[in-house]
Write a protein of this length. Sequence first.
Length: 604
Amino acid sequence: MLSDLKISLSLLRNQSLAWLVPAVFGSLFVAGLDMLGVASMLPLMLIVTGSTDNTVVRYIADLLGTNDFQALLLATAGLVASAFIVKSVVQILFRWWISGYTSRLEAEAATSLLELYSSSPYIRHRTRQLSEMHRNIGHAVSQAFSQVGLGLINLLTDFLTLLLVAGVLIVISPGATLWLIVFFGGISWVLQLCLRRPQRIVGERIAENEMGAWNAVLPGINGFRDSRVTKSAPLFVDKFFVARSAQAQAKRSLAVISELPRHIMDISFVVGIGSTAVLLFATLPRENAISILGVFVAAATRLLPTLNRFISGLGSIRVGRVGLRILAEEVESLRNDGTVQLASSTPFSRNQPIEIKDLEFKFDDSNQKTLNGINLQIKPGSTVAFVGTSGAGKSTLLDILLGLFEPTVGSITYGGRDIRSSLGDWYDRVAVVSQDIYVMDESLKMNIAYGLETSEVDEERLAKAVTMAKLDEVVLSLPNGLDTRLGERGVRLSGGQRQRVGIARAIYREPDVLILDEATSALDNITEHEISETILSLAGERTIIIVAHRLSTVKDADQIVFLENGQIGDIGSFSDLVQRNDHFRELVRIGSLSQKDVTTLKAK
């Protein structure tokens, strides 16, 4: 567990454990106050029972300058009450501080875990389950810090309290104290032995069903349209209910398991005090036995909640260890995968040629190369299209161009400099428009100026991007113009309008290289034509790289790269490929262009 805790604590930005010093000393101070509170009960009980012939009582009488019973009783009772008030206030303040601090550490650890996820290699990110990430950031981090981390500190405080008070009781009556230590210690040990396995199982069930609930929520909410049309929403609701019900059952079991020790210890308290009374009256004079028994009863009344909290804390830590283990394993996995550094160093020169040299790529879990022997030069300001059948390697090549995948062999350079030498600088030169544009539930302005704060938006660049993406009419149609919120995933916009938002977002970045990944494949012919015209209007100003299945969108490209089985099958203009490449001609025939268009091109 300590190794898992160490890994989890490494998520903190300030990994210094200096904060543990005040935590330990605070625990010791609180325990010391408890000890003094119990110790102060002895002179009070001696005065109550009339045993005034005692060093402590005589000292108090001398201090007050009186032997009057009532005066001594009131003064000592006031002293004891003050001690308990101070102790309670300090304990509340300490609990407030330590709870707030661990909650802050939990928030920091969750943020660091999200940072690790967001900076992990894309090839690893693709394999992760969204439900697992939700569970780990929320549930596992909370268990690791709130249950295990805070639990250990509370455990230390309670242990020191038990230890110091036991020390006071040993001074007062060694025999009775040792008997109580053996009695309560034995019961606590048996309880932990019996509850260890059930608590671990309950912790695993809670974590497992937390992920199960997310597995039901995500398709039901994110896939709302499909769930509605396929009438499958009740299925996901039922799955969510099953997961949450199972989790509720597990939490009920945890509640019962957590409460069980308290009830057993309550019964043990009566037996323990009764047996201690028998022992004291059998070995001491009646007056002394009553005084000491009073102290023991007061101490036991104070220590019983502490002992119950100690036992409950052990159980809570045991349940939380499941989340701690999950978190530690995930952190180790993320760090073994490495992180992608995007800090800018030396900017790339603008408008440079792109060269793909001897490029090969193979996924780790595959023996077959997805790309093999790719060599290509792309002139600055030109429009190049990658086409081919499904599985030809177009999307993989695009992901390598975007720096998301690292080539197995070979390189991609921009102006003679490998793009992977500084991905942060490369991303300053490139922008991408995907088929599925991610739209935040934010204003149109902030969706175009994606990743910026409102105060950082350049209004002039924004207006230019809106005009070039032909979004002016859309802006005029919205109730608040650019400040209109678009709703979750852009529900206020049509498919074509979302694509224009994506283009405006890319243009706002003022890239040298604009990459279009199936940007029009999901659109109707009219909207596709309008978007294609928008893209063509950008030609010459920047390098445009297009990946498309629908060949009507690439017929005006300066250069078409026809990919087959991960290799370049042919390169040329649209008309050149139609004339000389049978496979490409077949794609055109069965694609969006009519046979008449093919015949015309062949005749040229």
